[in-house]
Ligand binder design. Structure first.
Ligand SMILES: Nc1ncnc2c1ncn2[C@@H]1O[C@H](COP(=O)(O)OP(=O)(O)OP(=O)(O)O)[C@@H](O)[C@H]1O
Ligand SMILES: [Mg+2]
Length: 361
């Protein structure tokens, strides 16, 4: 079967990233200027894809890519840094290996050592500090971009952010550093709350939705490159998703699958594609929805319907203003709601759609 031009699971390959020219230019300048940056954006807005593209656009730098997704302990954090260093290449990795050996570390094998028999197990916090030393000492001799993806998870591991800051703080001029994360309030707190080790140490940059034009162009190109005509699909998708990158790709993929080569995606095909995506996601939406607290559920419903937590919708749902305000804050903090020019919106357009369909009044 022909591969879809609209992948919607996992990060994109660098060459597939489109519609991000402006933010890419900004990030390139930041890295070149060695300005420490924290990239914030809701889940599935394309942060990892964007940073992969950034790394590909900086071929003279070695990227050390640390994925901190759901780290929960210091050994866990050490293993992620070890894996990141161990998967670099060329002169960087040979330099790092030599340095590691001089500190009695086997790069790439930290996981085995930290999970081995308790008696011979190294101290994880010492191991972590040694790994950071290897990272920094190699990086000052070799142009390096350090990417810390899913950085908000580090907040759960006591001492990890502090150790990292101690290791890198005197090298901001030498290293390009980008933090990325999807939990907006946690990310903000890590860089804007006084007691945090990285307080005031990075500029915050937000990844927004794709523009309607970018979605339309992406859909047009994907169809054209596979011998199809997207018709009005691009515009319909952009209107439905509001530029949410992953949902736009998912709907584009469904439209594309419903359009045979040589044909056009007409209204009928768009509507079949939308029905199919709604059906495929309704169970996970149901599960997602029931995991929210009662007040949050009511706020999501009100916002999906009217873009506000006040007014008739909220009255219908019997929301006290205290509960509503509290739930609104929590949902903004978790990245499930966002503020728009005209009020509030549910970040995931398919969740918003599911809420409107499931609770028609
Ligand atoms: N520039 C883009 N153009 C079109 N689609 C995009 C773009 N960036 C991301 N996507 C879509 O979003 C999906 C998720 O991208 P990615 O994993 O980079 O997002 P993320 O913000 O890192 O997500 P997570 O919060 O899950 O880590 C991709 O599979 C792709 O379908
Ligand atoms: Mg990601």
């Amino acid at each position: 079967m022909e591969p879809s031009p609209f992948p919607y699971q996992g990060p994109l390959e660098p060459f597939q990233v489109q519609g991000r020219d402006e933010i890419l230019r900004d990030l390139l300048q930041r890295v070149e200027g060695r300005r420490v940056t924290a990239l914030l954006g809701p889940r599935r807005y394309g942060k990892t894809s964007l940073l992969r593209r950034l790394a590909a656009d900086l071929p003279h730098m070695t990227t050390v890519w640390v994925d901190l997704y759901e780290v929960s302990s210091l050994p866990d954090v050490a293993v992620r840094f070890d894996e990141a260093l161990g998967s670099t290449t060329g002169r960087f990795v040979s330099m790092a290996r030599d340095l590691a050996a001089s500190l009695s570390l086997n790069l790439g094998l930290v996981k085995i050592e930290l999970t081995g028999p308790a008696r011979g197990r190294p101290d994880p916090s010492l191991t972590f500090r040694s790994l950071l030393e290897v990272l920094v000492r190699t990086a000052v001799r070799h142009p390096t971009l350090l990417v810390l993806d899913e950085f908000s998870s580090i907040g759960r591991v006591s001492g990890a952010a502090g150790a990292l800051r101690t290791a890198v703080q005197h090298h901001y001029q030498e290293l390009g550093i980008i933090f990325a994360g999807s939990h907006p309030s946690m990310m903000r707190a890590l860089f804007s709350a006084r007691p945090q080790p990285f307080y005031g140490q990075a500029d915050l940059v937000e990844v927004g939705p794709l523009s309607a034009g970018a979605v339309e162009e992406m859909v047009r190109q994907g169809f054209a490159s596979t011998g199809r005509d997207s018709g009005r699909a691009g515009g319909l998708i952009a209107r439905f998703t509001g530029g949410h990158p992953q949902r736009s790709m998912q709907l584009a993929d469904a439209c594309w699958r419903h359009t045979p080569p040589g044909e056009t995606c007409d209204e009928h095909r768009w509507s079949r594609a939308l029905t199919e995506v709604r059906q495929a996601t309704s169970e996970s939406m149901e599960r997602l929805y029931s995991a929210f607290e009662r007040g949050e559920r009511a706020v999501l419903r009100a916002v999906a319907r009217s873009g506000s937590i006040y007014g008739a919708e909220a009255g219908l749902l019997d929301l006290s203003s205290g509960t509503a305000t509290h739930a609104r804050q929590a949902l903004l903090g978790s990245g499930d709601l966002m503020e728009t020019g005209s009020g509030l919106a549910v970040v995931d357009p398919l969740l918003a759609d599911w809420l409107r369909q499931r609770f028609p009044v």
